[in-house]
Design a protein around this ligand. Structure first.
Ligand code: HAM
Length: 419
């Protein structure tokens, strides 16, 4: 009887050799960028107590209302796979008392997130984010730094036509004032709105503006920017000023409301065309009340999350070639049993010296081995037969020029370095 075959869960992906090199380049660029901007890596658990996300992300968000992978462990604890990175990083910041450090805590992470969403191109149930979070500063210069880091990430990758959309969602009093004005605008059209919007009107009216179905009905909606108090307006103006001097281009979108509840003041998204109906490749903002909400001191924060699958899809659509993985330095071809043992020795020696090296393990003829070397784009093949072995030499062939020469076995590494 045939054994049962398994398939990957819906909304997940296998990243195979050939594709994984692109991931490695994108991740390496993110790390390198964070080094330049002085952000340091933080790694937090892939699961947390469910309550953290209910508190942090917000009870009325799509994520908490229906997208979390929640489960009970054997100790009857309520846990959830992390749907996003910010809540866990804030928890770690509080629990490890990073707020006690004298400087601004500038952190970054790269890793998988989990949301039970309907899969489509650019939307998965396990996806990966590159995110940064900066704690402890209210200075609008850091809002601009965070936005510029994401902007530079797209530039470093060679992505074209990424736009920054910017808004301010203000502080709590400004938002409360805006909420009333918005409800006054929405009430007369309530019956004509979709059921999601009607529900959001009760629970989280700002999110109504985010509705894809009713979008074109909101042209005349009041702008949140008109409800900002003096402090919020000044902060927003300064953020723009810092972006301007860096030459980071942005457009103001007063209807930009993010899907998570923790934002205050600055909110932004990175937009790019090319993945079906999805146009957001990253987003973030300031969250001045979140650290306190999660049991910490009153410390401000700001950050972003950028979806790596979306970046890779757009890179592909735009035909951007990421630099290829490094080819193999040398492929060893052994002819005969005595040579076989010597090859094992040479292979290990070269690898320990930092070269990438490979050999045949399938007992194939010389021609097939040479073909392997070709497939692996090896720079050299090193061929060892009995005659060479007896004379203590090996034939070194450049796969690029076809040129072949004989080098002493114990000078192989030097010969490779010289070339
Ligand atoms: P978010 O807008 O929920 O924000 O997600 C950020 C990015 O993650 C999105 O723009 C998108 O590129 C990617 N993303 C989200 N869901 C999916 C999915 N199902 N499949 C593929 N990609 C997805 C946050 O997560 C906030 N934690 C960002 C932040 C950090 N705000 C402040 N600090």
């Amino acid at each position: 009887m045939a054994k049962e075959r398994f398939e990957k869960p819906t909304g997940t992906q296998d990243v195979l050799p050939g594709a994984v090199e692109k991931w490695q380049v994108v991740e390496a660029k993110a790390r390198e960028l964070c080094r330049r901007f002085n952000y340091r890596e933080i790694r937090t658990p892939l699961f947390e107590h469910t309550g953290l996300f209910e508190r942090g992300v917000g009870e009325t968000t799509d994520i908490v209302e229906g997208e979390m992978y929640t489960f009970k462990d054997k100790g009857d604890r309520d846990l959830a796979l992390r749907p996003e990175g910010t809540a866990g990083v804030v928890r770690a910041y509080v629990q490890n008392k990073l707020y006690g450090e004298p400087d601004v805590s500038k952190l970054y992470y790269i890793g998988p997130m989990f949301r039970y969403e309907r899969p489509q191109a650019g939307r998965y149930r396990q996806f990966h984010q590159f995110g940064i979070e900066a704690f402890g500063a209210v200075d609008p210069a850091i809002d601009a730094e965070v936005i510029s880091l994401g902007y530079q990430f797209y530039i470093d990758l060679g992505l074209k036509d990424v736009r920054v959309e910017l808004n301010s969602v203000g502080n709590a009093p400004s938002r409360a004032a805006y909420r009333e004005k918005l409800l006054d605008f929405l009430r007369p059209m309530r019956e004509s709105l979709c059921s999601d919007c009607q529900r959001r009107m009760e629970r989280n009216p700002l999110r109504v503006l985010d509705c894809k179905v009713d979008q074109d009905k909101f042209g005349g909606a009041p702008s949140i920017l008109d409800s900002l108090d003096e402090e919020c307006t000044e902060h927003f103006a300064k953020v723009k000023g810092h972006l301007d001097v860096m030459g980071v281009e942005y457009s103001i979108n007063p209807r930009l409301v993010r899907g998570l509840d923790y934002y205050t003041h600055t909110a932004f998204e990175y937009k790019a065309a090319g993945i079906g109906s999805i146009d957001t490749v990253g987003g973030g903002g300031r969250y001045n009340g979140l650290v306190e909400e999660i049991g910490g001191p009153d410390q401000p924060g700001i950050g972003f999350g950028i979806g790596l699958e979306r970046i890779l899809l757009i890179l592909e659509n735009q035909g951007v070639e990421l630099e290829a993985a490094k080819p193999l330095d040398v492929y060893f071809v052994a002819l005969g049993e005595a040579a076989d043992l010597e090859i094992t020795k040479q292979l290990f020696r070269l690898r320990s010296l930092g070269f990438s090296a490979e050999r045949d393990y399938l007992g194939r003829k010389m021609k097939a081995q040479m073909k392997s070397a070709d497939r692996m784009s090896s720079r050299y093949t090193a061929i060892l037969g009995e005659d060479e072995l007896n004379s203590g030499v090996i034939a070194l062939k450049s796969m690029e020029t076809g040129e072949q020469r004989t080098v002493k076995l114990d000078e192989l590494a030097e010969a490779l370095i010289q070339n």
